[in-house]
Each structure stands twice: as structure tokens, then as C-alpha cells.
Design a protein around this ligand. Structure first.
Ligand code: DNO
Length: 401
């Protein structure tokens, strides 16, 4: 492969037939690869060749390819090592093998207990009047302390946050209380699970006594079990980081930092045991040096999510336009392109790492349309176009140096 063939593979997340954005729309966005999952199958069930083939053909009939599975969800029993976890691990291996036999070679997953990604506001109005997703630590604390009333939650907050959360809570009317509860518990797209307040309390209780160290052990055990199947089937695993990258509701999270990602990679040394490098998730922490992470962990990046966040006070943040916010997207892109050059030099064939524009603001005509939070068309279209231009410019410069 000469350098001109090397590029990031442009992909787009598609939620299947229920998605208001069609495969034809995605072609117009310029993406060539689809990122999707068999969302209709219950968590824990093995994905059959038949179900995989049906979806794959649908995608290929439109002229696209199914590049990445995002995600095969990991059953809570596996995260807790309780109940039927051994069966669920076997089912997971079957899904991996079946995907490999159908020629689908990248699988994204996460190991966040109970909740997948979380926000407190899905319609935060930014300066240009488009709307973004936001995580407000005061709203989150108000929910935890005064709506959920989680036992001993106060011990996890400073007096200042408790006071602010209390006055925030006092100013919420019934509608706003309801909205906050739904935003946190109903499950954002792709998370597959949603809870009522009572169900949530119960499932939180089931994690009592599971420390960060034990969760990490459960994760490493899971990896050691599934990786031989992944290697045998040629399927690259790509763990998605915690979003946001810190513990919520007293639940441990273990893939939030460079250290966490490094320990994971080292727990099983194989290029099939890799990362989803999600700049929005890792970038919500100022102590994550994103370009440096690509330099140091790049050899294990199997999938890329590109978006930016604007960090606010404390742990709060909102989603910024792709090339704005608190991170240096150009520096990340440059590091990713250098990683591709390195792979080529080493003779690796996985130079064209799949990348998708992650999330986007709701803007223009999409303000009038239904779409999954974060997954409106035009905001992502803008993101992809900007990222494509950035990539091209940097690649051109590096190649001609
Ligand atoms: C949010 C997504 C997550 C992600 C899963 C991966 O937009 O990035 O839902 O798909 O955490 O397992």
C-alpha cells in the first residue's frame, strides 16, 4: 500500500430501520462504512449468523459496508461476575466468532456498570443557537442526593456542591424534575437499558461491595476469555471509555484514564485487544493528554470516535463543535496519521482505522426533526466534513515534508 491509499475509514453510526437517517443519506454524507448493532436482540443473547447476515446484506445492498459493531453489550452479570455470567461469556464468544465468519472485523464494547453514557441535559443551547448535550455536575448531584436519595451519597460531595445541588433542586418544577430523571435513567441511544427510579435503586444495590479493583478484575477475566475467540476469528475488540470518565452513583468505572487504558491493553497482549479512542469521553478530563495518548497507546487503537467537549467548572462539560472546545483536534489528528504511517512501516495491514464523527449539535432543519440525542444528521455531517478536511490537510503536509 503506498501512502496515498492510507486514510482513516470514514464511518457513520446507524441505528437500523428505526433510524430517521437512511443508508442513502449516509452515502451523501460521504461515509463509506456503517457502525451499527443488532439492537433488537436482548443483551446476553448470542448473535446468530442468520441475523448478522440479514443486516449485513441490507447494508451492502445500499453500497456501504458494515465496518464496526457498536456494540455487543456486556451483560451486567459479567460485570458483577454473578448469576449466569459464564453462559453470557460463552454467548459473547459465539457472537464474535459468527461476526468474524461473516467478515465483520471490529467490535466496540464498554464495561460501564449499569449506565452507559450519561448526560443531564439533551437540549443545551449554545452560542450559535444550536443545541448540544451537557453534563452538569450540580444537576447530577441534585438528582443523586434529592431525587434518588442514594444512601450515604453526601459523603461523595463537597459542602459547596451539596449546597448548590440543594438550591438547584428547590428551583426545579415537576416537569423539570421529571425531565432530569428521564434524561439520566431512560437510557441514551445505544445504551440498550433504561430504568425506573425503583429499578435503578435495586440494580445499584447489586453492585454493593464491588470495588474498582474487582470490576477491573472482572473486566480482565472477560477479556482473557473472549480474546482467544477474537484472535481466532480475526475480530479486533475496541473498548469504549467511560462517558463521563469518572464514577457515577458510587459505581466504579475503570476505563477513564490513560492509566486505565494502558493496564487493560497490558492485561492481554494482542493487537485484537484494543481501544475505541473516543476523544469526547477521554477529553472530559483535563488530566488526559489526548495527542500523547495516541502516541503512547496508538498501536492498540482499533476504532476512533472524534468529537470535542468544552470543559466547564468542576466536572461539568458540554459538547462542542468538532474542531472547537477544550481539546486540540488537529494535534490528535496529526498523532493518528503518524500512527498510520508507523503501522505501514511495521507492515501492519490495519492502517485505515475506522473513524466516525461522534455526536453533533442539533441545528438547522434538524431542529424540526426527530433524531436520537447526539445523533442528528446535520451536526454530524458538519463534523465529518470538518474532520475530513482536517485529515486531508494534515496528511498532505506530513507527506510532503
Ligand atoms: C454514545 C456512545 C456510546 C457507545 C458505547 C459503546 O454516543 O459513544 O453509547 O456506543 O458506550 O459501547
Amino acid at each position: 500500500m503506498d501512502n496515498s491509499m492510507i486514510k482513516l475509514e470514514e464511518t457513520w453510526r446507524w441505528y437500523g430501520d428505526n433510524d430517521s437517517i437512511t443508508l442513502q443519506d449516509i452515502i451523501q454524507a460521504g461515509a463509506t462504512g456503517i457502525v451499527t448493532a443488532l439492537h433488537h436482540l436482548p443483551t446476553g443473547e448470542a448473535w446468530s449468523v442468520n441475523e448478522i447476515t440479514k443486516r449485513k446484506q441490507q447494508i451492502e445492498n445500499s453500497g456501504l459496508r458494515w465496518s464496526v459493531v457498536e456494540s455487543i453489550p456486556v451483560h451486567e452479570d459479567i460485570k458483577r461476575q454473578t448469576g449466569n455470567y459464564k453462559t453470557y461469556i460463552e454467548n459473547y464468544k459465539t457472537s464474535i466468532k459468527n461476526l468474524g465468519s461473516c467478515g465483520i472485523n471490529t467490535v466496540c464494547y464498554n464495561f460501564m456498570p449499569v449506565l452507559d453514557w450519561s448526560r443531564t441535559d439533551l437540549d443545551y443551547i449554545v452560542k450559535d443557537q444550536s443545541t448540544a448535550l451537557r453534563f452538569d455536575e450540580i444537576a447530577y448531584a441534585a438528582f443523586d442526593l434529592f431525587i434518588l436519595q442514594r444512601q450515604n451519597a453526601e459523603s461523595e460531595y463537597s459542602d459547596e456542591i451539596i449546597q448548590k445541588a440543594e438550591s438547584y433542586y428547590k428551583n426545579l418544577d415537576d416537569q423539570k424534575t421529571d425531565d432530569l430523571e428521564k434524561t439520566i435513567l431512560a437510557g441514551l441511544p445505544g445504551s440498550e437499558e433504561g430504568y425506573t427510579l425503583d429499578e435503578f435503586k435495586e440494580i445499584l444495590g447489586s453492585y454493593n461491595g464491588i470495588s474498582a479493583r474487582s470490576l477491573q478484575n472482572h473486566l480482565f477475566h472477560f477479556i482473557s476469555e473472549i480474546l482467544p475467540a477474537a484472535e481466532e476469528s480475526g475480530v479486533r475488540m475496541a473498548i469504549h471509555p467511560d462517558d463521563p470518565p469518572f464514577p457515577l452513583f458510587g459505581l466504579p468505572r475503570v476505563v477513564s484514564t490513560e492509566q486505565g487504558a494502558k493496564e487493560l491493553i497490558e492485561s492481554y497482549d494482542s493487537e485484537f485487544n484494543g481501544l475505541t479512542f473516543c476523544t469526547g469521553s477521554y477529553g472530559a478530563r483535563s488530566d488526559n493528554d489526548l495527542p500523547g495518548m495516541v502516541q503512547r497507546l496508538g498501536h492498540r487503537i482499533n476504532f476512533i470516535h472524534l468529537r470535542s467537549v468544552e470543559r466547564e467548572n468542576g466536572r461539568s462539560f458540554h459538547e462542542a463543535n468538532h474542531l472547537e472546545g477544550s481539546m486540540d483536534m488537529a494535534a490528535v489528528m496529526r498523532a493518528l496519521i503518524n500512527e498510520q504511517f508507523r503501522r505501514k512501516k511495521e507492515g501492519r495491514t490495519d492502517t485505515n482505522i475506522p473513524m466516525r464523527p461522534d455526536h453533533g449539535h442539533r441545528m438547522l432543519d434538524d431542529m424540526k426533526k426527530e433524531s436520537a440525542p447526539g445523533y442528528s444528521c446535520i451536526g454530524r455531517l458538519r463534523g465529518l466534513a470538518e474532520l475530513r478536511g482536517l485529515e486531508l490537510g494534515i496528511r498532505h503536509t506530513l507527506e510532503n515534508q
